[in-house]
Design a protein around this ligand. Structure first.
Ligand code: NAD
Length: 491
């Protein structure tokens, strides 16, 4: 694929070819400057059909389906090396499209390479099982690919999300049709280019770009798609779950969150406040695991609010490619409007805005979708800004009295993705972690993640677990085989 400029139309990747749909295009905008990066071709139902049919045929080629695990692992390692070699190009795609600061984009590109390496190792070492038999037969469980996996990703951390889906799906022997967010499509295309150059057969990884309601919808409804792996908002995930249920195909749904971050009075306040600040403001708060509801034990509330105000006011909001910027813009202008509506709702419901709540006034940021890190106190656990996912740099702080009160408030949410607990009392940490209804709990730390630990939500935060060994099993179906040792003597 050639270098692009603001006027370039970027094509998509189907069957190893770069193709575009005449007349169907959309703009990809840099949220830090408001300028159009490039135009992107949008796949209509016909092109989605071509991509899925291509993937279906590719998935059933014996050379791919029966590729020996050590050779498949070698291919995944080659893709990892390709990602590493083009880390800066991938990071730039993301920075220009969602406005994350450069250091974070670079780290996420590195983590995408690490994900391919991890699933290369999983592919080579994961075993089938011989199960206990109850007669003169051998019984075993084999794991086989589904065929075509539709992978649909959001805009907040596309490089990591796309690697988290594509690497295990390929390791398991599937073919993939990847539909990235219309806000951040080009990293996925570059991943496709890297995979092809690394020796992945044409048609095994296809990338279709376009809007969710057109391209995404055509993809999830395609009869040859055998599994859907989706990361995005809960409402979209629910609709995809319904469509998949109609067709009786499995889905993995990684959805939204409203994670409780909990600070007991006996915690190391300085470390805890740093963890809280990173936990909400990193990535402009556009993280599914953002600790957006902070519960502070009443006796340290004032001190914690003072410390948080200082930290939030000190965050350097700036252009993502400027070295000392700590926080970039919201990923789009529409998303900044959405964040601002929640801040207004907090004001309307009696919340006190202790920091931020407005756009920065630096002239160089005037054309971008910037918003200051925002700290809100005085809301009840029932307020709109406390209950709904804002997905922005907005922290709502609520007091709690004791453990029972805390657990009741923290679990009083439809979401259940992540939580964090800060305390010096290890028994309390254990008790609270046990009672929190979330798929992840951090104790005296926050947002530490490892590719080897399964990740996913309770309640409306999703279904299934990505990452780890279970992340590979998501993309496999099991086949039980009974093999008689005594065929002349049936029971
Ligand atoms: P979104 O649900 O609007 O879109 C996600 C993807 O789905 C995009 O590619 C979009 O084009 C596509 N899509 C939209 N409608 C579709 C339809 N009808 N059929 C098929 N595809 C469709 O989400 P977003 O705004 O891009 O991302 C933000 C959301 O993602 C937040 O809620 C966040 O919490 C969630 N998220 C969750 C995780 C997790 O791992 N749990 C990680 C990151 C983001």
């Amino acid at each position: 694929m050639s270098q692009t400029t603001a006027q370039t139309l970027k094509p998509m990747l189907i069957q190893g070819e770069w193709v575009s749909t005449p007349g169907q295009e959309f703009d990809v905008v840099n949220p830090a400057t408001g300028t159009v990066n490039y135009r992107m071709s949008a796949a209509d139902a016909q092109q989605v059909d071509l991509a899925v049919t291509t993937a279906h045929h590719a998935a059933h080629q014996l050379a791919w389906r029966n590729m020996l695990p050590h050779l498949r692992a070698r291919l995944l390692m080659a893709i990892a090396d390709g990602i590493e070699a083009r880390k800066e190009d991938l990071a730039r795609c993301q920075m220009l499209e969602n406005g994350k600061v450069w250091s974070e984009c670079l780290a996420q590109a590195g983590s995408a390479a690490a994900t391919f390496r991890y699933y290369a190792a999983v592919c080579e070492t994961m075993v089938s099982e011989v199960t206990p038999s109850r007669g003169a037969y051998l019984s075993m469980t084999r794991y086989e690919p589904y065929g075509v996996v539709a992978a649909i990703t959001p805009w907040n951390s596309p490089l990591t999300m796309e690697a988290q889906k594509v690497a295990p799906a390929l390791a398991a022997g599937n073919a993939v049709v990847l539909k990235p967010s219309e806000v951040t499509p080009s990293g996925a295309l570059l991943l496709g280019e890297i995979a092809l150059a690394s020796g992945l057969p044409a048609g095994i990884l296809n990338v279709v770009t376009g809007l969710g309601g057109v391209t995404g919808k055509a993809l999830i409804e395609h009869p040859l798609v055998r599994m859907i792996s989706f990361t995005g908002g809960t409402a979209t995930g629910r609709a995809i779950g319904v469509a998949a249920a109609q067709r009786l195909i499995p889905t993995a749904l990684e959805l939204g969150g409203k994670s409780p971050h909990i600070l007991f009075a006996d915690a190391n306040l300085s470390a805890a406040v740093d963890g809280v600040v990173d936990g909400i403001y990193e990535g402009t708060g556009q993280s599914c695991v953002a600790g957006s509801r902070l519960f502070v034990q009443r006796q340290v509330l004032d001190e914690v609010l003072d410390r948080l105000m200082q930290k939030a006011n000190g965050i350097r909001v700036g252009l993502p490619d400027v070295a000392d910027s700590e926080m970039g813009p919201a990923a789009s202008f529409a998303h900044r409007d959405h964040i601002e509506r929640y801040i207004q709702s907090a004001r309307d419901e009696g919340g006190e805005i202790l920091a931020g709540g407005y756009r920065p006034d630096a002239p160089e940021l005037a054309q971008g979708a910037f918003i200051r890190p925002t700290l809100i106190a005085g809301l009840s656990n029932q307020a709109k800004a406390v209950r709904e996912e804002i997905f922005g740099p907005v922290l709502c702080v609520l007091p709690f009295e004791d453990e029972d009160d805390l657990i009741a408030q923290a679990n009083d949410t439809t979401y259940g993705l992540a939580s964090g607990v800060w305390t010096a009392d290890y028994q309390k940490a254990w008790r609270v972690a046990d009672k929190l209804q979330t798929g992840l709990v951090w104790i005296n730390t926050y947002k530490q993640l490892s590719i080897s630990t399964p990740f996913g939500g309770y309640k409306d935060s999703g279904l299934g677990r990505e990452k780890g060994l279970s992340g590979m099993r998501l993309y496999q179906q099991s086949k039980g085989i009974y093999w008689s040792m005594n065929p002349n003597n049936m029971p």
